[in-house]
Design a protein around this ligand. Structure first.
Ligand code: MLT
Length: 428
């Protein structure tokens, strides 16, 4: 294969080196394009543009492959746990038992949050969406840990900010939920594992004894693994671009939480359930809504189907589908909304219209179903995605800093007015 790509511009030839990834993917290094040619590339949404080199996650959209640090998502979802996968993503290797014990203990030492955080929480009305509260509380850590603002912070401080982020995210998330339902917050019970600790903070009530259901906790752990990283998606790219300015890790991740909130990204799992509720409220006639989805004159589109990267199937969806079936059966959940989901899934997997357009159920379709079966309220679905994606955001932020990558500064093609003289107010 040639070691360069050639661009002919105004009759002049320019050659740009090729870079090859460890899985054989090819990139054209255009780092000097503007300097050599005076031209920039244009790629709305950067769908054809590599922003970095990364050793964290590999995905192949055609083959439906997803690997964290070389381990397949299927292997990790079946054999690992979220804390171990978080360590793998952030530090690059599966931990020894001693390393995992220390990592877990360090996290347990930091699950509490400063009591003054409650003063910030109290400022949010119960109508606040939990994602907005979460992003705010997470960024507020810059006020409680000002040393995190030091762009040249020591590796020890970087480790401490990583531990604080992983430790406090579930606490912030549960407190955002309690604020929405007007209940008193719960403090973290460090005798429990990561997911059980979060579930107890979410659902325990002062008067009642909250019993952890291992089926629920295990299903949540698997869901978090499946959401832990996904290469250079919208929210991860946001974390990277904020991190590239040497802002605090807490600021960068808070920005990622806000990017994830959008309905085209992490908010899609919430949109799936809202769509199912709409169909149920209309009488549950899935054939009618399938026809609406197919009608190009009808604005209705099915949420939770297809993916911008995976062209045939989302490997996470296959794993979650199995988990959804298991959880619904074990919990004996009989929910009409979920029955509508199963009918939509059945049609999408056999109807040529959806098959030809690669509109298969994706990770958001099934995760919304499981979260609902686990009793997670709809407004908290994207918060769950954020808890899962946190180790990926951290790993990508850490890699960017360790590789000393430059500040992100894309260019543009200007389409506005050409030079014109100022016209005084009385003469316009
Ligand atoms: C994700 O996991 O971030 C979503 O699938 C979106 C994406 O990768 O673009």
């Amino acid at each position: 294969m040639a070691k360069h790509a050639e661009i002919i511009l105004d009759g002049k030839s320019y050659k740009f080196p090729l870079v090859e990834g460890s899985e054989g993917e090819i990139g054209i290094d255009i780092s000097n394009l503007m300097e050599e040619t005076g031209a920039v590339t244009l790629d709305f949404g950067y769908k054809n543009t590599g922003a970095t080199k990364s050793a964290i996650t590999f995905l192949d959209g055609d083959k439906g492959i997803l690997r964290y640090r070389g381990y397949s998502i299927e292997d990790l979802a079946a054999k690992s746990n979220f804390l171990e996968v978080s360590y793998l993503l952030i530090f690059g290797e599966l931990p020894t038992s001693e390393q995992l014990d220390k990592f877990s203990a360090d996290i347990k030492n930091h699950t509490m949050v400063h009591e003054d955080i409650k003063k910030i929480l109290d400022g949010f009305p119960s109508t606040s969406h939990p994602m907005g509260v979460l992003a705010s509380l997470f960024c507020a850590q810059t006020a409680f840990y000002p040393e995190s603002l030091d762009p040249n912070r020591s590796s020890e401080l970087v480790y401490l900010s990583i531990i604080r982020s992983l430790a406090k995210m579930p606490t912030f998330a549960a407190w955002a939920y309690k604020n929405a339902v007007g209940h008193p917050v719960n403090y973290p019970d460090n005798s429990l594992n990561y997911c059980s600790r979060f579930l107890k903070m979410m659902f325990a009530l002062p008067a009642d004894h909250y019993e952890i259901d291992p089926v629920v906790s295990d299903a949540l752990d698997k869901l978090l693994i499946l959401h832990a990283d996904h290469e250079q998606n919208c929210s991860t790219s946001t974390v990277r671009i904020v991190g590239s300015s040497k802002a605090s890790i807490y600021s960068a991740i808070s920005a990622g939480i806000n990017a994830l909130w959008g309905p085209l990204h992490g908010g899609a799992n919430q949109e799936v359930i809202l769509m199912l509720e709409q169909i149920k409220k209309d009488g549950g006639d899935t054939d009618k809504w399938i026809a609406k989805a197919k009608d190009k004159n009808d604005p209705f589109r099915l949420m939770g189907f297809g993916h911008r990267v995976y062209k045939n199937f989302d490997p996470r969806a296959k794993i979650i589908k199995k988990a959804a079936d298991d959880v619904l059966e074990k919990l004996g959940v009989n929910d009409p909304t979920l029955e509508i989901a199963m009918k939509l899934e059945e049609v999408a997997l056999r109807d040529p219209y959806f098959i030809e357009r690669k509109l298969y159920p994706n990770v958001d379709f099934y995760s919304g179903i499981i979260y609902r079966a686990l009793g997670i309220p709809v407004d908290m679905f994207t918060v769950m995605f954020a808890i899962g994606r946190l180790p990926g955001w951290i790993a990508q932020w850490k890699e960017l800093r360790e590789n000393k990558e430059p500040i992100g500064r894309p260019r543009q093609i200007y389409t506005g007015q050409n030079l014109r003289e100022y016209v005084p107010l009385g003469k316009r």
